[in-house]
Design a protein around this ligand. Sequence first.
Ligand SMILES: Cc1ncc(COP(=O)(O)O)c(C=O)c1O
Length: 385
Amino acid sequence: MEAVDLALLEEFGLDPDVLHLNHGAFGVAPIAVRREAEAWRDRAERNPNHFNSVELPGHVAQARSDAAAWLGVDAEAVGWVRNVSEGASAVLGSLDLGRGDEIVVCNHGYGAVRMAAEHWAARRGAAVRVASFPLGAEDDEIIAAFVAASGPRSRLVIVDQITSPTATVLPVAAIAAAVGVPVLVDAAHVPGSLQVDIEHLGVAYWVGNLHKWAFTPRGTALLWTREDLRPRTPPSVLSWQLHDGYAEAFDHPGTGDYSGWLAAPAGLDFWTRLGGWEQIDRQSAMLDAAQKQLADVLGTSLDGLPVTPAPTMRMVRLPDRLFGDGDDSATRAERQRLSSEYGIQVPTSRFEGEQVIRIAGAAYNTPEDYERLADALVAILAGNS
Ligand SMILES: Cc1ncc(COP(=O)(O)O)c(C=O)c1O
């Protein structure tokens, strides 16, 4: 049995008494990156007037340029946003939606982004249509579902590049080519976990959080927009740099704490020093083994799980009798036991009728972590039968 990686847990400042198996939800910036953000805050406070009115624009633009280079895109093609919600809101707010128009989302999509789409659709007399496909669908079936939900009135198709409830990589480029409608890629989980050539996906917009898998301070994300759409895509917060160009307008959402964006390059450096894509491959291999082991111990099937799983997350089916069979408060209380009794942070949910658990594999996780999870699930199961 491999020992818990205490050194890395410490570098990330994580509580060693908790089993952290949900890195993808909120991410965590290593302590060194948090110190860098603190240093920027201190620097700003030494001479707030000069820092904010003279130094800040250059530093924010430089951090954007560094982050864009790390992502492999042009610095003028991306705008800083705090998160995917903010980026998606900017895109939705920029659309010229009319009565009868449609926005397409999917049944594996992120709830908050869907709510934003529904909000804008309702304001403009438009509708939201849902592309539906099962857990474990082949790419052809996924593409066909998006095509079936799209039509002549579709103005935007939102595609999650890595789905949140099902940790599946969706075939974004093929979907974009098949629907022939502007696509907004919700890439919340992508930066630092999945290699992607954004400029060649054939999409209109792409927004990804750096703070999940790329170790930047929370509140750092980038919205890439196709060149012809940039003049028509203002940020959701309009301020002094509104007329300075697409990227510059996003650089300045008014007075605030910019330390997260300024320290983002330190997080990206940390990701690279930790091993970059080779490290992600190691995490992915660890998760393959963990997924099999958990399914084996729980007696659930691996059939029909995502064909292309997220590199750093895996789904496992749970026995139906584990946490009750509803999504009611009793079931939720049962699920809470993993956290309250066993100190395990891991999301369990019901997707299209099936009880599932989503395990994350971060750099600080070890195979022993999944054995601990398996032991806890088996103990709960034994208590229920
Ligand atoms: C697919 C997906 N989209 C959007 C989000 C929202 O991210 P944020 O809260 O950072 O806006 C998440 C968060 O986990 C997500 O998984």
